[in-house]
Design a protein around this ligand. Structure first.
Ligand SMILES: [Zn+2]
Length: 135
């Protein structure tokens, strides 16, 4: 955090009173807008535990997870997340995720266009080909 790798954000994942992952934000350092501490901690914990399921873990984080991170936390199965700062405090410090929330709650769809291609059936072979890989 003192190296200013992208903001004063950190996240720790604990399982059975043992720290599994402890990560800081690396957005600037890695030139990666997705390198939030929470997301990196999920990746690290899953790798260390060799699982996609963190439902028996707890996360402690410096700030309320942004929508991107919250999605990752839900995908990982985490059931309990403790955070220190609210979104309002982060926003006041120049770290706003309001545009994500506005997009997701439908109040501002001008932020990005997500467009389904025409003729969805034309691409159904992707699902068929993928299902064949499992055989
Ligand atoms: Zn985030």
């Amino acid at each position: 955090m003192k190296e200013d790798n992208g903001g004063p954000f950190g996240a720790v994942i604990v399982r059975r009173n043992e720290v599994v992952a402890s990560m800081g934000n690396k957005v600037v350092k890695d030139t990666d807008p997705t390198a939030h501490a929470e997301l990196l901690a999920v990746r690290e914990a899953c790798k260390k535990l060799n699982t996609l399921d963190l439902s028996d873990c707890i996360m402690y984080t410096t700030c309320a997870p942004c929508p991107m991170c919250m999605g990752a936390l839900l995908w990982s199965g985490l059931k309990k997340i403790y955070y220190a700062s609210s979104h309002d405090v982060a926003t006041a410090q120049g770290f706003s995720s309001k545009h994500l929330q506005d997009y997701l709650d439908g109040s501002d769809k001008t932020i990005a266009e997500v467009i389904q291609v025409e003729d969805e059936q034309r691409y159904s072979y992707l699902w068929t080909d993928f299902s064949l890989l499992k055989d």
